[in-house]
Design a protein around this ligand. Structure first.
Ligand code: AMP
Length: 170
């Protein structure tokens, strides 16, 4: 299956100059969604992950089914003001704009092996921020999974040393 058949490119969204990769046709197709989740689940199983993290919001759509298929726990990493208990937070730059991510302070247990799953690797800022949260909380990041990598933005340079799985590249 070529997952790229299920991605729609939307020019100039959300701001001029951005080629937005819309994953909704992929997750809207039962076969393609299942296949994508299974490939990321196999990657996570091979790394013996026991926790999956998905950054707000598209990371939830992909990370939660991977966690469930793996029988691993799922940890949401969210924008400020959404998590009800004490959080740790990290500020970073996006391909467009700025963002802050938060995680419950007690979400990671000692010895947890964490895979972080998101829809798309662009500059790598979101993933780098999420790694920092996990490591500050005492977790071990064993791998990073994405549906899409925008190769020209070279997000991988921020993620050196971590095993990476991507389902398609642009
Ligand atoms: P980055 O932190 O730069 O790697 O950006 C990754 C996050 O921003 C991903 O979680 C995507 O949801 C979103 N994103 C960045 N660029 C794009 C794009 N061209 N198309 C769709 N989503 C994007």
């Amino acid at each position: 299956m070529d997952f790229r058949d299920y991605i729609t490119n939307v020019p100039d969204f959300p701001i001029p100059g951005i080629q937005f990769k819309d994953i909704t046709p992929l997750i809207g197709d039962g076969e393609a969604f299942h296949q994508a989740i299974m490939e990321l689940t196999q990657f996570s199983a091979d790394l013996k992950a026991n926790k999956v993290i998905g950054p707000d919001a598209r990371g939830f759509i992909i990370g939660a089914p991977v966690a469930c298929a793996l029988k691993a726990g799922f940890i949401p990493v969210r924008k400020p003001g959404k998590l009800p208990r004490e959080v740790i937070r990290y500020d970073y730059e996006l391909e467009y704009g700025k963002n802050t991510l938060c995680m419950h302070k007690d979400a990671i247990k000692k010895g947890d092996r964490v895979v972080i799953i998101d829809d798309l690797l662009a500059t790598g800022g979101t993933m780098e921020a999420t790694i920092k949260l996990v490591e500050a909380a005492g977790g071990k990041v064993v791998g990073l999974g994405f549906m899409i990598e925008l190769v020209e933005l070279n997000g991988r340079k921020k993620l050196k040393g971590y095993p990476i799985k991507v389902l398609m590249q642009y």
